[in-house]
Design a binder for this molecule. Structure first.
Ligand SMILES: [Zn+2]
Length: 297
């Protein structure tokens, strides 16, 4: 036995001595090639109306990703000489609280699942009574289509950089997510944005770099939204500005943070002058406070 061990040792040492240059290359290359993809999320407990920042590292190709059974496109992020894939997943404001999962797959050989717990955000429910004869509250097909299409835009180019800033310097008046029940019915809608109590004529500023996707005018049928602008910030993030008195941009304009979009007003269905600011992730309304408080790659 001892002779055998000595022989093996001798052969091994001989082999190492014969190929002194090859050895270091083999030891540094092998572990990198064998790293498997790795799914991560910024939190596993989340509230309705918030979002989940999901990443996949060590993947040579774009992973497939699902949250709550819905597939979301991932985008490649290059940072500090490293790259990974990322998706910012919306947690719908009226989704049922409970257990969900983020699932990622690369090809047929790798998949990983992380369980997520969604809590009720306990936003108050406002009971709204509408006169059924008031049919003039309905949005036109034209504005619904234009707003829907622009808010569901998923462009590949990332235009935002770091945190978003508030589009108005006025005090906030109504938060995102307040749930609504109409005429005693179930809670089936909510406030899809953050309101600012600004006066008519107060400036509305771009919260982050982006491209103007839509300018809608009350005179052209935007009877509910009023004069409105939608911006695309790239990779599934869009924002909307409603009830404007004046629009200072046109479709296709590229804006930087702080550029003037327009002025506050009370066009469309609005009880008084204010700015309604909505944030959409992959077309789903999400609390804008999330992007103002957190720097995202
Ligand atoms: Zn509002």
């Amino acid at each position: 036995m001892r002779i055998l061990l000595i022989c093996i040792l001798a052969i091994t040492m001989q082999a190492m001595a014969a190929t002194p240059q090859a050895a270091p290359a083999a030891t540094t290359e092998a572990p990198i090639a064998s790293l498997s993809p790795d799914l991560d999320v910024d939190k596993v407990k989340v509230k309705q109306g918030e979002f989940i920042y999901a990443t996949v590292k060590n993947s040579q190709s774009e992973p497939k990703l699902w949250y709550g059974g819905i597939e979301y496109k991932m985008f490649k992020v290059e940072k500090d000489g490293q790259s990974f894939y990322r998706a910012i997943l919306p947690v719908e404001n009226l989704c049922k609280p409970g257990g969900y999962a983020v699932l990622a797959k690369v090809g047929e050989s790798w998949q990983e699942r992380i369980d997520i717990k969604v809590d009720d955000n306990k936003k108050p429910v406002s009971k709204i009574w509408l006169d059924p004869s008031k049919s003039d509250l309905e949005a036109t097909d034209k504005e619904l289509k234009a707003v829907y299409n622009s808010l569901h835009t998923i462009s590949t180019n990332k235009m935002w950089d770091g945190k978003f800033v508030y589009p108005s310097k006025a005090p906030k008046s109504s938060p995102f997510g307040v749930k609504r029940s109409y005429n005693g019915g179930p809670v089936d809608s909510y406030h899809k944005g953050l309101d600012f109590a600004a006066n008519t004529g107060a400036p509305v500023l771009a919260p982050a770099p982006g491209k103007v996707l839509m300018c809608g005018y009350e005179k052209d049928g935007f009877v509910v939204h009023g004069n409105s602008v939608v911006m695309d910030h790239g990779q599934g993030i869009t924002t909307i500005y409603m009830h404007l008195n004046k629009i200072d941009v046109k479709e296709g304009d590229i804006l930087k943070t702080g550029d003037k979009i327009g002025e506050v007003g009370h066009t469309g269905i609005s009880t008084g002058p204010h700015l309604h600011w909505g944030l959409y992730l992959y077309g789903t309304s999400t609390d804008p406070e999330g992007l103002v408080s957190k720097e995202l790659d």
